[in-house]
Design a protein around this ligand. Structure first.
Ligand SMILES: [Zn+2]
Length: 486
């Protein structure tokens, strides 16, 4: 994680997303700026980094002396025409900038809504907000995971936002915007953080490679962007790892494929075992679908997992001693036996499977106790209270859609075929769910499993499905995924 911290963007220009850069420049070029911001979007897209940059733009001593003094001049001498042409950027050298970067600025307060659900912090905030900042131009409150606040804390926050003192700015961050009451969000300037495009990510990685004096070609940057799945944080981690593996060699696409994938397989095999030990089906299945997206050879992966289980077995038998990285204390000997058997089965099925990941997914589902699958392959729901994913009794054992519209069925088949070209794992999930209805502008997909629903609702998957549905329907089409009722 060293790079992630080292290359955390420190000014607006260094932010990945061009949309966010432009928004911030335009917000802070004017005479005044909003007193509250709401940042929404998935984890790892730089919401907190951006909040800190805003704190610096507002408080940087250099900007306070130039940019902001022109704007907040005495006697209403608004001097828009005097505003500098250049975009406002923090200097990152003055006391204010440095202390914000280090997290030691006492006027910049970061509150984590997730811890203790914010009760004490918000109470504290309400008590202290009336005091002017100690050294800074303005106090900045950054409230992370704001949706986790209790109703009580929310109400307190709302009161503050209704009558904010002139010396305070609020930046609320959330991964779940729908949980923010309208009374709060309507008082905020909303900035939505989207998953970075591959070009945006490649731009950031190029910036890092340049300061590290690393030679890396364009294809390699694109491949890393691809591996990172929209997350700057993951991408930087991958880049760092690849640089270590490259040992000063020029980084090319081939080099990454050769070295990175091998280490990925090793790491992910350990990860999978960790998830299996916890019987966490959701995480395990997500891991497998990521491997498929990254083009990892599943057969090779299964062999890797098997060899780790083999080592565990040897260690348990006292033959092999020095395999320290394996956290086998999570598995009993009996479990090792069972999982070895399941792996054997999966490896065998892999030879005939249409979808290479399917046997491994079946292994996960069986191991985690969601379904018990007997030898002839019939699935039977098994009562298990602590199953990670709720199973439901199958409906009447008759055909589920007796008089389905033939046209809809054709569309459905076409949808899966078309999606398969772009994304195998999404197509795989679609095969496991069913079409409820396909009307001209509305497609409803049905599934019994929450993890299918979640999988299909992931941004990447959802956009792809929508796009293909629109191609087939020939017009704007909404897609919804419903959980099948009992
Ligand atoms: Zn500064």
């Amino acid at each position: 994680m060293v790079f992630y911290r080292k290359y955390r963007p420190q000014k607006i220009e260094e932010l990945d997303s061009s949309a966010i850069r432009e928004t911030l420049y335009s917000v802070f070029s004017g005479e005044s700026y909003p007193h509250a911001f709401l940042f929404t979007g998935p984890k790892g897209l730089g919401k907190t980094s951006t909040a800190r940059i805003i704190a610096k733009v507002i408080n940087c001593e250099k900007l306070v002396a130039s940019h902001w003094s022109l704007v907040v001049d005495k006697k209403g001498l608004k001097t828009k025409d005097q505003l500098p042409e250049t975009n406002p950027e923090p200097c990152n050298k003055c006391e204010q900038c440095l202390s914000i970067t280090n997290g030691t600025n006492i006027d910049i307060l970061e509150i984590d809504g997730a811890s203790n659900r914010g009760i004490d912090e918000i109470r504290d905030l309400r008590e202290k907000i009336k005091f002017s900042p100690a050294y800074a131009n303005k106090k900045v409150y950054i409230i992370d995971e704001v949706h986790m606040l209790t109703t009580e804390a929310f109400n307190a926050l709302l009161k503050t936002l209704e009558e904010p003192p002139a010396h305070a700015i609020f930046i609320l961050c959330t991964t779940e915007p729908h949980k923010i009451p309208a009374t709060i969000s309507s008082r905020c300037f909303h900035i939505s953080f989207k998953i970075a495009t591959n070009e945006e990510l490649a731009r950031s990685f190029a910036r890092i490679a340049k300061s590290e004096k690393i030679t890396i070609d364009k294809d390699a940057l694109d491949l890393i962007a691809n591996i990172s799945d929209g997350s700057f944080r993951d991408g930087v981690k991958a880049l760092e790892e690849i640089m270590t593996l490259a040992k000063g060699e020029k980084i090319t696409k081939e080099l990454i494929e050769r070295k990175y994938k091998i280490s990925t397989v090793d790491r992910q095999a350990l990860k999978l075992l960790e998830y299996l030990a916890l019987k966490d089906a959701k995480k395990s299945l997500t891991l497998v679908s990521k491997l498929v997206e990254q083009g990892i050879d599943i057969k090779y992966f299964v062999e890797e997992v098997a060899s780790k289980i083999h080592l565990m077995l040897l260690k348990e038998a006292g033959v092999e001693q020095n395999e320290k990285e394996l956290s086998q204390e999570n598995f009993t000997l009996e479990e090792i036996f069972r999982i070895a058997g399941l792996l054997e089965k999966a490896a065998y099925q892999l030879k005939f499977s249409v979808l290479p990941q399917l046997p491994l997914e079946l292994l996960i589902v069986e191991w985690c106790g969601i379904l018990s699958i007997d030898a002839i392959g019939k699935t039977q729901p098994k009562q298990k209270e602590d199953a990670q994913i709720k199973k439901e009794e199958p409906k009447e054992p008759v055909i589920e859609k007796p008089i389905q519209n033939v046209r809809s069925d054709d569309n459905w088949r076409l949808l899966i075929d078309k999606i398969k070209i772009n994304n195998h794992s999404v197509a795989g999930v679609l095969r496991g769910v069913s079409l409820k209805s396909w009307e001209k502008d509305k497609v409803i997909i049905e599934t019994r499993f929450k993890f299918h629903k979640e999988k299909l609702e992931e941004t990447k998957a959802r956009l792809l499905i929508e796009k293909v549905c629109e191609e087939i329907s020939g017009g704007k089409t909404s897609v919804s995924i419903q959980l099948k009722e009992k």
